[in-house]
Design a protein. Structure first.
Length: 240
């Protein structure tokens, strides 16, 4: 914790963890604060993003639009906001408690817009399948009925139209298996306009995820690199 947060902030976070206190954790080295819940996956997520720097990939241009699909509590959105302070970042998260912390963590960053919902190939509604899963492992499924626990399904195409976006400069997807559906339909609405796609595949959770993604990607001019748990696709149509 000291290694990740520094001496003072690391000791404070350790004390709050041991006393089961919930609250704000100051991270002076990043000039911001986080809400990290004890005994959850929040700390490992912080480690992946800020120590391992799994999103520290080569970006050969200044992005103006970033989609953070599966934003969790907002740590990846904050990383992008610090790295690209002029970019507009759309942080999309389905779970209510995660979304509450997403809004709290990203509040200092005016260029992050939080949307509660799940990325899906069409607009409508989904529901969380496994509400008892780890805080970074929720899966969703399509639902035809609008109920109390229904969550908006947000398509990439609808984001492009609603916010009048000419391109999606960076699309980061960590959606716990929903990539199988996302890449199975309507990819022509957004994939040709995506400059860089960062995606973690979850065939262990949803068999067929990688096949769905590659069947879609192969129709466009992308090259691929590997960064930590992610595949990074660069759209050569945009000379990246």
């Amino acid at each position: 914790m000291i290694r990740l947060l520094g001496m003072a902030d690391g000791l404070l976070f350790y004390w709050k963890t041991k006393t089961r206190k919930f609250g704000k954790i100051r991270a002076r080295r990043w000039n911001t604060s986080f809400f990290l819940r004890p005994n959850t996956t929040d700390f490992s997520t912080y480690q992946h993003v800020f120590e391992n720097k799994q999103y520290d990939i080569k970006i050969p241009f200044s992005p103006t639009t970033i989609i953070d699909g599966g934003a969790n509590i907002g740590l990846s959105s904050i990383y992008f906001a610090i790295r690209f302070p002029t970019a507009s970042i759309f942080a999309i998260e389905p779970d209510q408690q995660n979304f509450y912390l997403l809004e709290a963590c990203t509040k200092p960053f005016k260029n992050i817009k939080c949307l509660q919902g799940a990325i899906w190939p069409k607009t409508g509604y989904v529901q969380i399948i496994d509400e008892e899963a780890d805080k970074n492992s929720f899966q969703v499924k399509w639902t035809e009925q609008i109920e109390e626990k229904s969550i908006p399904a947000i398509s990439m195409g609808s984001l492009l139209k609603k916010y009048n976006l000419p391109t999606l400069d960076i699309v980061k997807l960590d959606v716990e298996g929903a990539e199988k559906e996302i890449f199975s339909a309507n990819v022509d609405e957004w994939l040709p306009f995506t400059r860089i796609l960062i995606i973690e595949l979850h065939d262990n959770m949803r068999p067929g995820c990688s096949r769905s993604v590659f069947n879609a990607i192969i129709n466009y001019e992308f090259r691929c690199e590997i960064s930590w748990e992610n595949l990074v696709f660069y759209n050569t149509r945009f000379n990246v």
